[in-house]
Design a protein around this ligand. Structure first.
Ligand SMILES: NC(=O)c1ccc[n+]([C@@H]2O[C@H](COP(=O)([O-])OP(=O)(O)OC[C@H]3O[C@@H](n4cnc5c(N)ncnc54)[C@H](OP(=O)(O)O)[C@@H]3O)[C@@H](O)[C@H]2O)c1
Length: 281
C-alpha cells in the first residue's frame, strides 16, 4: 500500500473502500469484511449512509487491530451546529465501536458548516479525531474556508475521475496543504465507464481494466481513491493497482477526457441545495 501523509503527520492509505449505497446491515457488514480480507485498510462511511454500525461490527469481527485500519466518516448537514456536531461525532464513535476516528469530514459545505467545524476542531484537539476535513468544496469555497478557520482541513473529498478532473481544485488544495480524495472514481459507472475505449485501450498495454487505469491515474496525480463495489472479484480488481505505472503519454491521453463538470450532482442548483437541507435518515 502507498500512503499520503497529511500535514499533521497522519498517514492515509492511497486506496480505500467506500460504502455509499449499501444501506442493508448484513450486506454492508459482509462487504466490509470481504474488503478487509482483500487488504483494504481504509473504510469510507458516513452518518448519512446508515451503515456505520455495520462497518464497526465488520472491523471488530475481522480481528484486525484497530490501529491498522483508517476509518473515515462524515457529519451530515442537519447536525451543523456546534452542539449537534459534538453529539453527532459521539454517535459515530458509538456506532463504529471505537474511541477515535481517523478522519472526520463535514459532508457538504452547505448550512452552518463553520459552527460544525468548530466542534470538529475541539474534538481534534481532544484527540478523538486524528484528522478533520471537508467534502464537496470547490476551489473558491476551500480557499474561503482556509482563510477563515483556525485549523485548516487536512483532506477535501470531492468527485474526481477522468470525466471530471478538477485540476484547478487540486492546485488550490496543494496551496493549502490539503490532500485530495476522490469520491465516485468511476463516475458511478456513467458514460459506459467500464468499457470506455480510451481507458480500455490504455489498459491493454498493462494488462489492466478500465477501472484499474482510472484508479491508477488518480493515484499518480496524488489523489486518494475510495472505489465502491459489493462484488469480491471487483474489490480485488480495484485493489490491484500498485504493480504498474502509467506513462506520461497515457496520463496525457486521459487528461483529454475531461468534460469539466459533474454529471452526478450539481452544487450550483438551488433545488439540490434545498434537497441537501431536507435530507433525513
Ligand atoms: N463525500 C461525498 O459526497 C461522496 C459522494 C459519493 C460517494 N462518496 C464515497 O465515495 C465512494 C465511491 O463512490 P461511489 O460509490 O459513488 O461510486 P464509484 O466508486 O465511482 O462507482 C461505484 C459503482 O461502480 C461499480 N463497480 C465498482 N468496481 C467495478 C469494476 N471493477 N468493474 C465494474 N463495475 C464496478 C459498482 O457496482 P457493484 O457494487 O455492483 O460492483 C458501483 O455501481 C462511495 O462509496 C463513498 O464512500 C462520497
Amino acid at each position: 500500500m502507498e500512503y499520503r501523509e497529511l500535514y499533521n503527520g497522519v498517514k492515509m492509505p492511497m486506496l480505500g473502500y467506500g460504502v455509499f449505497q449499501i444501506p442493508d446491515y448484513e450486506e454492508a457488514k459482509k462487504s466490509v469484511l470481504t474488503a478487509l480480507q482483500t487488504g483494504y485498510r481504509l473504510i469510507d462511511t458516513a452518518q448519512a449512509y446508515g451503515n456505520e454500525k455495520a462497518v464497526g461490527d465488520a472491523i471488530k469481527e475481522s480481528g484486525i487491530a484497530r490501529e491498522e485500519i483508517f476509518i473515515t466518516t462524515k457529519v451530515w448537514v442537519k447536525d451543523f451546529t456546534y452542539e449537534k456536531a459534538l453529539k453527532a461525532v459521539e454517535d459515530s464513535l458509538e456506532k463504529l465501536g471505537t474511541d477515535y476516528i481517523d478522519l472526520m469530514l463535514l459532508h457538504q459545505p452547505i448550512g452552518d458548516y463553520y459552527s460544525a467545524w468548530r466542534a470538529l476542531e475541539k474534538l481534534y484537539k481532544d484527540g478523538k479525531l486524528k484528522a478533520i476535513g471537508m467534502a464537496n468544496c470547490y476551489p473558491h469555497v476551500i480557499a474561503d474556508f482556509c482563510e477563515t478557520v483556525e485549523i485548516k482541513p487536512m483532506v477535501n473529498q470531492v468527485e474526481l475521475h477522468p470525466f471530471f478532473q478538477q485540476e484547478n481544485s487540486l492546485a488550490t488544495m496543494k496551496e493549502y496543504g490539503i490532500v485530495p480524495e476522490a469520491w465516485g472514481p468511476f463516475d458511478e459507472g456513467l458514460r459506459n465507464f467500464f468499457t470506455d475505449p480510451t481507458l480500455t485501450e490504455i489498459g491493454k498495454k498493462y494488462n489492466k481494466t478500465a477501472a484499474q487505469v482510472a484508479l491508477r491515474w488518480n493515484i499518480q496525480r496524488g489523489v486518494v481513491v475510495i472505489p465502491k463495489s459489493v462484488h469480491k472479484d471487483r474489490m480485488e480488481q480495484n485493489f490491484d493497482v500498485f504493480d504498474f505505472t502509467l506513462s506520461k503519454e497515457d496520463m496525457d491521453k486521459i487528461a483529454t477526457m475531461d468534460i469539466g463538470h459533474s454529471e452526478i450532482v450539481n452544487h450550483f442548483d438551488p433545488a439540490f441545495v434545498k434537497f441537501i437541507h431536507s435530507y433525513k435518515f
